[in-house]
Design a protein around this ligand. Structure first.
Ligand code: SF4
Length: 386
């Protein structure tokens, strides 16, 4: 049976650029949606032969703000996907939504088009934090969107939150998390704020107007958030992602587990036949690239070596509750010296069960340090007896 693949469509439109955001997304006039759609349709057709004979088992519309996309364009894109790709083994179709553009009529449309899951960018239930982040919605809008989706009952849904916002207290973050859980959401993602180059926050930080919280505060919020979710029956299946049992994001799990995927749109990352490729990131650059026929030479392309595959297996495995399979690592030609594993086990951050290692307890806060240490100190398997 041919292995399934995944599809990702990047919808680069937003009502307003958030202060922390460095995604390929822009405040573009509605007229640009038509130009973007025409190129996406061509890109779907141009790449369809790559997927021949392979079923697609997850589709994800991300952004940007896919819920801003006009009905006509979303319908045309879905029709093209259905006509060109094999969706007979579909397990999950997701769409990212902003609370301010998520209305009841949208739910009927999404259901009719086959979407099964929504990821809603809530970020906070505090008006001052939303303003600070540059979000367009209010706490009331977020509540209304969650009520609407929850009452509708046809979709699994997830809420995103941000912690580590300057001025935010741990109590304020936990209040936002508790507010989200009132809606019995299937899934929660929470991310620590990071400052990315070129963003409004980077400018504010450079001018001294934005001071980030210290690591201790940041770690305290993460740990308290994990505890609250655990007490409500959510499982941490990835460092920033939590779900009710059996309700993880299948699409994101595919990324972390090496499933091949084709991605469409400006700055979209694909992984196929051992090559990672990124399409042109600027809006006009993407449209021009499409008009020229989607040549590979204009993409950033990286062929994955065994060394890259090893690094990815460690980095992506450790960030998941399932951990890293040591036999897979050995299969790629590497082993970890026992003393390196023992060092992290002794301090209660890493556990080993059979041929799997995984982070535990405080180890989740030291994901970067532990993965760097394992990568730096791994040995070629050929030098170590089995
Ligand atoms: S809504 Fe999302 S993609 Fe759009 S600017 Fe804000 S963070 Fe970025």
């Amino acid at each position: 049976m041919p292995l399934p693949i995944q599809l990702y469509v990047h919808v680069p439109f937003c009502e307003k650029k958030c202060h922390y955001c460095d995604f390929a997304s822009w405040e573009l006039p509605a007229v640009q949606q038509r130009r973007w759609t025409e190129i996406i349709l061509k890109e779907l057709a141009a790449r369809a032969p790559m997927a021949q004979g392979r079923p697609v088992d997850t589709v994800f519309f991300g952004g940007g703000t896919p819920s801003l996309l006009a009905t006509e364009f979303l319908e045309r894109i879905l029709a093209e996907i259905r006509s060109l790709y094999d969706l007979s083994r579909m397990r999950e179709m997701s769409i990212e939504c902003n609370p301010s553009s998520l209305k009841k009529d949208k739910l009927d449309l999404y259901h009719r088009l086959g979407f099964t899951r929504m990821s809603i960018g809530i970020q906070s239930f505090h008006a001052d934090e939303l303003t600070r982040l540059g979000r367009v919605h209010t706490p009331e809008t977020a509540r209304l969107a969650l009520e609407t989706v929850g009452a509708d009952g046809r979709f699994q849904f997830s809420g995103d939150l941000i912690f580590g916002v300057p001025g935010q207290t741990e109590a304020a973050f936990l209040a936002s998390l508790a507010a989200l859980l009132e809606y019995d959401t299937d899934h929660v993602s929470f991310y620590g704020l990071t400052i990315e180059d070129g963003t409004e926050f980077a400018k504010q930080q450079a001018s001294g107007a934005l001071i980030m919280p210290e690591d201790g505060i940041y770690n305290g919020m993460y740990t308290a958030g994990v505890e609250l979710l655990r007490s409500r029956g959510y499982e941490r299946y990835e460092v920033s992602n939590f779900s009710k049992p059996g309700r993880p994001s299948l699409h994101n799990q595919g990324y972390w587990n090496g499933v091949e995927y084709l991605a469409f749109g400006p700055g979209a990352h694909s992984f196929f036949s051992g090559i990672r490729a990124v399409s042109p990131r600027s809006f006009e650059g993407y449209l021009e690239w499409g008009a020229r026929g989607f040549d590979d030479a204009s993409c950033v392309r990286e062929e994955l070596t065994v060394e890259n595959l090893f690094s990815e297996a460690v980095l992506l495995g450790l960030r998941q509750a399932d951990g890293v399979d040591l036999d897979r690592i050995r299969g790629l030609g590497y082993v970890f010296p026992p003393e390196v594993l023992a060092k992290w086990e002794k301090v209660g951050m890493l556990a080993r069960e059979g041929r799997v290692i995984r982070l535990i307890d405080e180890g989740w806060l030291f994901l970067d340090e532990i993965s760097s240490d394992l990568l730096a100190r791994a040995n070629p398997a050929a030098t170590v007896p089995s």
